[in-house]
Design a protein around this ligand. Sequence first.
Ligand code: AMP
Length: 363
Amino acid sequence: MGKIDRDEILEIFEGYDKEDLSIATLGSHTSLHILHGAKMEGFKTTVVCEKGREVPYQRFRVADEFIIVDEFKEIADEDVQEKLREMNSIIIPHGSFVAYAGLDRIENDFYVPMYGNRNILRWESERELERRLMKKAGIRIPYKYDDPEKIDRTVMVKFPGARGGRGYFVASTPEEFHEKIDLMIEREWITEDEISDAHIEEYVAGTNFCIHYFYSALKDEVEILGMDSRYESNIDGLVRIPAKDQLDINLQPSYVITGNHPVAMRESLLPQAFDIGDKMAEAAKELVPPGLNGPFCLQTMCTDNLEIVTFEMSARLDGGTNTFMDGSTYSCLLYGEGMSMGRRAAHEIKNAKKEGVLEKIIT
Ligand code: AMP
């Protein structure tokens, strides 16, 4: 099984009825505003939905067609792909789509045209590739330790895979690292085998900004469409307790994402925010053509020196875009009211269709 060649997808896309396109996605994560936005731009919409989870798509009236599966992962099964192609579907990927369809299948046997870049999805999932891309961009990222014995300041310890912060911990010495590893194993949040995969990076003290960008291949321009900060359990609850009680209470802090707050950045920081977005888009074009085609997100901390440090990226719609289903502080500047990230993706597809260059943005 070889990697899907872009030409194979373009050949399938050739056979589509371009006047009857459907925007399709997996019913989870950010699908509500992807589907809603696609309808606002005049497209038909299709949701691939796990049995029993249809209600939001019916009640919010965002999906024209339902493909009901027993399990989300069936989105990559041949019969579902066949249905999607028959409906002239363009898939919009998001975090749950990547998690359930799986990178191997997306790269090797998911023959449904996609808006985005199917090959860049691995780069956000594997930390070494992600760092390579961020280093190539030349943006500020946290210092990384290759050996726990070298820990000489406060570090954040992470494990591979999309865990939404589960199993992450803070340590300041090698001894503390080992103690907390044992605790995580006891809690069954990590396994013994995963210890060697621990990713140890400088803890960046600052305020969290997850910046939601859109790279338009048609305009060759990066837009900022929104920003959120994460709401994490239990750390955001713990910090509401006075410091002395935090020491008494027998709780280990954790960083499990449970929600998002919309946030506006101090205006003087915006040039930096645009600069790092532009640099990432340029680096991605070189390393993983056609680059960051569409939505992407940089998860950052802003320090008290007013430096933006990027500790993570998403190379597709990020969950924090749910904070602006009806537009944000930033998207209204460019598009007036009502521009969500999902709608912006559909808008790009509509523009590409109008200009007769859809093949430029399909992978
Ligand atoms: P992530 O899964 O990488 O988005 O991280 C989950 C959460 O862990 C973030 O939202 C931050 O609160 C925290 N975090 C991750 N990396 C760092 C870091 N290098 N310094 C400080 N906090 C971090």
